[in-house]
Design a protein. Structure first.
Ligand code: TXA
Ligand code: MG
Length: 339
């Protein structure tokens, strides 16, 4: 299954946990620059960071996550200028970066010939994914590190993404050097990934910036991603999944997930939205008032809380499809996909 470049035993290490503050940020930068693994908060989810310029450091991410090696990673940088040092921005990419950075948007653009992001982080592609996070702790770490930081979500591959430091510790304790605790992530679902590769703008993964917001900036509808790897058509190494969306089962709790539930069966836990479902234990409402922003922020923590031993399934109430509902429904569909 796993193609980790290191054996699991080599990933075992002492994990330091620090509250976000000047000391934690200095320590994070020091460890990253030395090739270590640092989990840190972003506004979307916690990231598992390594400097993106070193194949060896990046290999540590794949090993700790037990992630299939040819899934490319997002390079995080503190600002647009740093992003333009690595990738080529066309007019659409520039407009989107100016509108949404810093924020929960990732742009896949052609790599510059002198791109410093390692080929391992890019999975051998001639494009790369760039993101400028808004979270003040992520910003501070990126500034102090002074190099692009590759950072997928700080969970083991296939598990629910972490929105609290405690979630990271549960999945990656003894596998990372430092966890910087910056509290709960405010957006709660990963960044929207857009391909800007000179052939229009395509959504590779719905996320924290909505389709409507993107179309308002572009002044036209975005194109749909094809089911198989348009953006990765030029992959020289291997057919890689286009985005996490292409992996059938992702963000998966242990209990089966039943979507669009109208009633609750005996033994089921309930993930409600705006008070549609009665009964179930344990049960949580993502947003009693029907606020999709609140629902996105609570989604992953809720899935973890409901995924307790003995639960027959997690019944999920219907969630509206518009706005952030697109990203929420995307993650729920993956949580419910056959494993
Ligand atoms: O919100 C987020 O984006 C979080 C936080 C930590 O920033 N990060 C995150 O990274 O979700 P990750 O590695 O889980 O998702 C990156 C996805 C990959 O699954 C990959 O398919 C896609 O971005 N990607 C990366 N480079 C790509 C490329 N050159 N072409 C197409 N897709 C790419
Ligand atoms: Mg992930």
């Amino acid at each position: 299954m796993s193609h980790s470049p290191r054996s699991p035993i080599e990933t075992l290490r002492k994990t330091l946990r620090l509250d976000a503050g000047p000391e934690a940020i200095a320590q994070a930068a020091r460890l990253l620059r030395a090739g270590g693994l640092v989990a840190f908060p972003t506004e979307t989810v916690y990231g598992l960071g390594a400097i993106a310029t070193s194949d060896e450091a990046v290999a540590g991410i794949y090993a700790a996550k037990e992630r299939p090696s040819f899934n490319p990673l997002i390079a995080h940088v503190p600002d647009l200028a740093s992003a333009q040092a690595q990738g080529v921005f066309n007019a659409d990419a520039l407009a989107l970066a100016r509108a949404f950075w810093p924020g929960p948007l990732t742009l896949v653009v052609p790599a510059r010939p002198d791109c410093a992001v390692s080929l391992l982080a890019r999975a051998g592609l001639d494009s790369l994914a760039l993101r400028v996070p808004a979270h003040r702790v992520a910003q501070a770490i990126l500034m102090a590190t002074g190099l692009p930081v590759a950072a997928p979500s700080a969970n083991r591959s296939g598990r629910v993404s972490p929105t609290q430091a405690e979630h990271v510790a549960r999945d990656l304790e003894r596998r990372v050097d430092l966890i910087v605790d910056g509290g709960s992530c405010t957006v709660g679902v990963e960044s929207t990934i857009l391909a800007c590769l000179g052939d229009g703008v395509r959504i590779l993964r719905p996320g924290g910036v909505t389709r409507g917001q993107i179309e308002a900036v572009l002044g036209r509808p975005v194109d749909e991603a094809e089911a198989q790897g348009h953006a990765l058509a030029s992959a020289p190494l291997a057919p890689a999944p286009l985005a996490p969306g292409m992996l059938a089962s992702h963000y998966a709790p242990r209990a089966p997930v039943r979507l669009n539930a109208r009633h609750v069966a005996p033994g089921e836990a309930v993930l409600d939205f705006a008070g549609q479902l009665a009964g179930g234990s344990p049960r949580l409402d993502l947003s009693a008032s029907g606020d999709l922003r609140e629902a996105a922020a609570r989604l992953f923590a809720a899935l973890r809380q409901l995924d307790v031993p003995g639960v027959a399934a997690i019944a999920v109430a219907p969630i509206p499809a518009q706005g952030l509902g697109e990203a929420i429904n995307d993650r729920l569909a993956r949580a419910a996909a056959p494993r």
